[in-house]
Each structure stands twice: as C-alpha cells, then as structure tokens.
Ligand binder design. Sequence first.
Ligand code: ADP
Ligand code: GN1
Ligand code: MG
Length: 359
Amino acid sequence: MSMEIARKFKLSAEPVSCERYGNGHINDTYLVCCADAHRYILQRMNRTAFPNIEGLMGNIQSVTEYLAKDDPDGRHTLHLVHTLDDRVWYTDESGEAWRIYEFVERSVCFERIEDPKDFYQSAIAFGGFQRQLSGFPAHTLYEVIPGFHDTIIRYAQLRHAYLTDPLKRAESAARELELAWARENGAGVLVEGLRSGALPTRVTHNDTKLNNVLFDEAMRQPLCIIDLDTVMPGAIAFDFGDSIRFGATTAAEDEPDLDKVHFSIDLFRAYARGFLKACGKAMDEREVRSLADGARLMTLECGIRFLADYLLGDVYFHIAYPEHNLIRCRTQLKLVVEMEAQKQQMIDILLQEWKVAIN
Ligand code: ADP
Ligand code: GN1
Ligand code: MG
C-alpha cells in the first residue's frame, strides 16, 4: 500500500522497498528505497494531531523554502518531493494525507544522549535554527495546533479527560493526577509573558527533542533539524525547555523504573551553554531566566498531555503497550519534582552561560 503511495510522487526511479522507520510518536514514517539506490522518507501525516493538512503543509513549504536558501549541499534542511501532479502532499482514497522528503543521507539520529558533547551540539543546532528563522514573517504561519504550548489549555484538556474518564482509568492514575493538580497554579507564566509582551514572540520549532535533529554520521555534528510540523510563533523557552525535558535526564522518556530517572544538571549546563552561544545575544535577562520556567513547564506539560491521552484511551500518541502513556507521564512528573528542587541552580547556570556567550 505505502509503496503504491510512493509511486504517486516524482521519485528518481522505481521504488523497490518501503519499510517502517524511526521512533516518532505522531506520524507514520517509512523509508523508501528506489532502484537507483536513491532514498526518501514517506510519511502519513497524523490527521488527529493535524486536522488542517493544507495549513500544515503550507507552513512546511514556506519554512523549508526559506531555509533552503542557506543549504549548501541539500542535507541541511528538509526538502519536499512533489507529487506527479505537482503538489506537496498526496491524499489517498480513504482521505489519508502523505508527503515525501529527501532522505538525509549519511546522518544519524540519537534517541538518547550517549555523550554530553552531542547534547551541546544539538543545542547549537536548535539555537541556530531559532536564529535562522528570526527574519521569517511569523504572522504568515498557520497555527497548526492552537495553544500547543499553552499549559493552561493543556490543564483544561486534562480536566476534561479526567471528568470524562471513558475507560475508567482515572483511579489507576490517582497519584499522577494529584501531582499534576498540585502544579496547576503558575502553569501560565510563559503564555502570560507572551501576551503581555514581557517575553518576545519568536518563530519556534516547538518539538525540539533530540531525535528531531539529524547528525552527520562521520563528523558527529548536527546537520538538519527535522519534524517541522509544529513550527509556529512561540516563546524561546518552549524550544529550550522541550530539549531539556527529553535530553537532560538519565533515562528514556518511557523508562518504567523511576529509580533510574533523574534530572541531570550537568546535561542542563551543556545544553544551556550551546543554546545561549547560538542565540543568547538576541536575548535579554528576563528571557534568559524564562528558560528555567521553560524546562519545568515543558516537562510538566508533556507529562499532563501523556496523562490526558492515557485517560482518553491513547488516541493521540503512538503507544507500544496499554500503560505506555502512563509510564511516560510518570517519568515527566519525576523530572519536574527534581527540577523544582534545582530551580535556583538552573537560573544561576543560565545567567553564567549567558554572560560568557554575550561577552
Ligand atoms: P514524528 O512527528 O512522528 O516524530 P518525524 O518527522 O520526526 O516524525 O520522523 C520520525 C523519524 O524519522 C525521525 O526521528 C528520524 O529518525 C527519521 N527521519 C525523518 N525525516 C528524515 C529525513 N528527511 N532523513 C532521514 N531521517 C528522517
Ligand atoms: C511528539 O512528533 P514527535 O514524536 O517528535 C509530540 C511532542 C511531544 C513528544 C513527546 C506534534 O513529538 O509535542 O513533546 O511527542 N508532537 C506533537 O515525546 O504533538
Ligand atoms: Mg519527531
């Protein structure tokens, strides 16, 4: 089936294989190999997450075209492949929407930090992405998922899931719900900062997980930022915070043994150093301080999103087993608790690294 879909696009030769690929939680991703050895990434876009495919693909097309001006060898940004009738996505008979990117060759994608230097490098990449898009007209971007990082809205969604409780799962998540409700107060600090103008609105990536940056296999240097589905106007703390959530930890996002899950202040420092080196010059002290809120809030928000999805019956994130979203929620909440205990240390590190970066 997916091979048939691949044939609807302008490929370099006949496709010979099409296999599931990668570890994303949202789209269905396939690696397509053609008879001339050219490779592509085929994705069925998730229509639950992205109901407006036209708005989504419009954003991606304009952002990738903008970034391509700065791409020396075609491996530094995503490149969309057109369909036979010259569109950037294909809709099949059942209404599913598909797109194809050039496969970024000789690249690797890390699911976990193996070396703090890689985390530092990923920070340079995400900070640089932020800088590269600083001249992009933010108002032209469609808001693909309204309130994506509005933690207040995320709480409302959790409350709705809890009150509906269609699978009667709330009881099995009583402890997690309690941890979540205890943190609702103050959850709006970043969105309120954006609204009042205290924090500048920038074009942000909004999903800055380590596995959303491809590294050059040989050089071990970041090559290409991927997963541009959620590029939208936002606070820089969203991007910084989501990277910390996923990367500044001693265990995987879905580690079932909570004793193995700890927030790593050393990895936090490595990321802060790289990020501020890449884009700290454009920031003032208030925005730099907001990065610590970003780390805590993006982790809390992701935790409550996993929790809400668990309660609703796993309708949003891909799961591998029934408790998967609850397990993911637990790691996030554990990290939040540890971040709270180290808030001042985080701020001190941010200010130290910022001063180094701007001098
Ligand atoms: P999701 O939104 O589901 O996370 P992604 O766009 O991040 O989907 O893609 C999933 C995975 O596929 C990535 O983590 C990466 O391993 C791989 N991938 C995606 N695009 C490319 C590409 N152009 N070249 C090489 N690998 C890619
Ligand atoms: C999803 O698409 P992926 O796997 O990179 C999600 C992020 C979450 C993340 C949690 C569009 O990211 O917001 O932080 O899972 N993306 C979307 O791992 O909802
Ligand atoms: Mg991804």
